[in-house]
Design a protein around this ligand. Structure first.
Ligand code: ADP
Length: 443
């Protein structure tokens, strides 16, 4: 619009021609692009709109929106269909604070046609807190559909492939078990390598499945109030056998075993999604085991810290350099050095940990010295004793309300009498896919 020409007229004659060319080019570009661009002043009045912005907002020409407050023309709702209040949303806040901001969380409703379009929107301040701001927005409806299809495909494929991989892992486990198979030492070596590779593949499929569900917004936290110290202790203890196998010294509690100081953890409460918490601990503890050489130590603890609960998984392993520490929570990021190259991994574990912690209102970070061990911290909102009791009561009432009146069980599915250990072992050998193959791999 006239914005560019006004600027030219105030330029001196020596630079007019160059400025004119530049401004004409800028205007041509803004007229041609399919992203909407708005320029607003410090009180949110639209000073400039390109044709794409007018079209997406539902107006005939850019001139129709000039002089209007941007909140009035940018009608938004959430992806759940809830209208976004025009004066109370993250965009308005970012503009008021003069901060850059990007979101993909909103649907833009066109003024005339009521057409709904998922958008990616960015706010960019031009200079200082009281200056003009640029709002750009792009229709990403098609992109989201494609991303959804892609994640559906990965999710289905990973899900389908986990079953045969679990089967291979199960058979290899049986072949390696002296109680179920007899093999010579060389075959044992080969099968051990195959077993490890199948476990790695199983883990990769599980991680891929989790990541696609995360990216698709399909996993939502279901929070349950718990005594967090007891829960973390119980979940972490599931890895004791793996640690023993690698001759790692394991300790849980207020102080690591090395100090020799025995302290009692006070009871601390938090509201957590138990599946998410298990995933976090599994990933952090499995990493501690993976990246700590034999004979090292792993220490896990959970404690209250003000209004937070802080969980730590500490190891005496290879550590993470400061350069890598800023990236390791990104999807598919793996540290590439002579030590990590020999250790298998997907680069997805810590990404999942971060997403899961954030979904429960928490955060995750690492403190580490390269070559000298690492501590991964997860902090979660803490519940006071009375909040815990209230939430527990509400949770129990909710469970009761949801419970269906139990129909009598047909005789064919009545619980069977407990098996003798021998019969259980035989049943495992016959039906390995139903065996809980390995808690840590959770296939
Ligand atoms: P991976 O499957 O590669 O272990 P993660 O996302 O779990 O993927 O971890 C990302 C990277 O962070 C790893 O490749 C590794 O280099 C580093 N890392 C994670 N945990 C530890 C640890 N406890 N000690 C040293 N490095 C670690």
């Amino acid at each position: 619009m006239g914005l560019f020409r006004k600027r030219i007229s105030s330029s001196d004659s020596a630079t007019t021609s160059a400025s004119e060319n530049y401004s004409a080019l800028a205007e041509l570009t803004l007229n041609a692009i399919t992203d909407g661009v708005l320029l607003i002043d410090e009180i949110g009045i639209i000073k400039y709109a390109n044709p794409a912005a007018a079209l997406m907002l539902g107006y005939d020409t850019p001139g129709d929106v000039l002089g209007l407050a941007f909140q009035m023309v940018l009608r938004l709702e959430t992806s759940d269909g809830v209208p976004v209040p025009p004066n109370q949303n993250e965009i308005v806040q970012a503009i008021a604070l003069g901060k850059s901001f990007t979101t993909r969380d909103y649907i833009l409703i066109s003024a005339q046609s009521e057409r709904h379009a998922a958008i990616s929107l960015t706010v960019t301040p031009t200079n200082g807190i009281h200056s003009d701001k640029i709002i750009t927005f792009r229709d990403i409806t098609k992109q989201l559909e494609e991303e959804h299809e892609q994640s559906e495909f990965i999710s289905t494929a990973s899900h389908e492939m986990r079953t045969p991989v679990a089967s291979i892992e199960g058979y290899l486990g049986l072949a390696l078990n002296p109680q179920t198979a007899t093999i010579d030492a060389r075959a044992h070596q080969y099968l051990e390598a195959a077993h490890k590779a199948s476990q790695h593949l199983g883990r990769l499929f599980k991680d891929l499945l989790d990541v696609t569900q995360l990216d698709d917004g399909r996993s939502k936290a279901r929070l349950v109030p718990v005594d967090i110290v007891a829960v973390v202790k119980e979940m972490a203890s599931g890895h004791e056998r793996e640690m023993e196998a690698k001759r790692l010294k394991y300790s849980f509690g207020a102080a690591p075993a090395v100090t020799g100081v025995k302290q009692i953890n006070p009871i601390v409460y938090a509201a957590v999604d138990l599946d998410f918490l298990r995933e976090i601990l599994d990933n952090l503890i499995e990493n501690a085991i993976k990246y700590t050489p034999e004979g090292g130590e792993v220490w896990v603890n959970a404690r209250g810290d003000g209004d937070k609960v802080v969980i730590n998984v500490t190891d005496t392993g290879i550590g993470v350099s400061p350069d890598d520490a800023v990236h390791i929570f990104q999807k598919f990021y793996r540290v590439d050095n002579s030590q990590t190259r020999q250790i298998g991994g997907t680069g997805l574990g810590l990404y999942i940990v971060k997403q899961r912690a954030e979904a429960m209102g928490g955060r995750v970070w690492v403190e580490s010295a390269f070559g000298d061990g690492s501590t991964f911290f997860v902090s979660l909102p803490r519940l006071t004793d009375s909040e815990y009791e209230q939430q527990l009561l509400a949770y129990q009432n909710n469970q009761l309300a949801q419970a269906q009146p139990a129909a009598p069980m047909p005789e064919s599915v009545q619980p069977a009498a407990p098996l003798t250990p021998e019969a259980a072992a035989q049943q495992e050998a016959n039906h390995f896919p139903s065996i809980n193959l390995n808690n840590s791999n959770n296939l």
